[in-house]
Design a binder for this molecule. Structure first.
Ligand SMILES: [Zn+2]
Length: 262
């Protein structure tokens, strides 16, 4: 189905799986909304439970999925589970994966980052072998961004990589542009000038839109978000950049996800 918007990073997860997830009724309503508004989504997993939950999600042409272990959920990391989930219908990407030392004690940071890097690299290698798009989460110290950039550079040639919710500096973002990375922007653009600066600095063809729902509601802080807020986010991206983006963002999503152009 040709879509008008693409949310390349969200979590359509049931309430029984994650505290901030959706009830069955909410999920049904969201899927009806996606089809009515013609919004495509890439829903991502974070751990073994959310990977298993993918099988229970409503089926829709609007919903594609990525599988992976989030850096703060690597305790039960199982590369075989990720590989096996790739054979499910609609699963076309790896994510979300990455590095995160945001809430890590300084005394534990070295060991935690080493473990995360191992898991991140294993999942990136899998994506590279299968040539699958990747959704990357980076959060915390400057070292997180340097480590990620070095890892991606060493891996060249890369599969399509999206650095979602990018909060590094503009210079680092531009280094990652050289590597071919995409960048998805969500509700944070309503409240963070640093992220707005990055959005203005990047080439048009590397921009993507995301909601990161059920987190990061764009306008009602703390409220539960859904992928149906993507038009609000795209309108704000257009205002910040001072140019029309809606169609280009769908074309960019097709390029990132290796999908036929709309
Ligand atoms: Zn996420």
């Amino acid at each position: 189905m040709p879509v008008r918007y693409f949310d390349v990073h969200c979590h359509l997860v049931r309430k029984e799986i994650v505290d901030f997830g959706y009830t069955e009724a909410e999920l049904t309503e969201i899927v009806a909304g996606l089809e009515r508004e013609r919004i495509g989504v890439l829903t991502l997993t974070t751990d073994a439970a959310t990977i298993a939950d993918l099988r229970q999600l409503p089926t829709s042409d609007c919903i594609l999925a990525g599988v992976g272990f989030h850096p703060t959920d690597i305790a039960g990391f199982d590369l075989q589970q990720v590989g096996a989930a790739l054979s499910q219908p609609r699963v076309i990407a790896i994510g979300e994966i990455g590095l995160d030392d945001y809430r890590v004690l300084e005394t534990e940071r070295r060991a935690v980052l080493e473990q995360q890097l191992e898991v991140f690299t294993a999942q990136l290698q899998l994506a590279k072998t299968r040539n699958l798009p990747v959704s990357v989460h980076l959060r915390g110290s400057a070292e997180v961004f340097v480590l990620a950039e070095t890892t991606l550079r060493q891996l060249a040639s890369l599969p399509p990589v999206n650095l979602h919710f990018f909060t590094g500096d503009t210079a680092m973002a531009l280094r990652c542009v050289e590597l071919g990375c995409f960048f998805s922007f969500g509700g944070i653009i309503f409240r963070d000038e640093g992220v707005r600066d990055i959005l203005r600095a990047l080439p048009l063809e590397r921009l993507l839109s995301e909601t990161d729902s059920p987190f990061v509601h764009p306008t009602e802080r703390g409220a539960k978000n859904t992928p149906l807020t993507i038009p609000t986010i795209v309108a704000e991206m257009e205002r910040i950049r001072g140019e029309a983006l809606q169609q280009q963002l769908v074309i960019n999503a097709s390029n990132y996800l290796n999908l036929p152009l709309p």
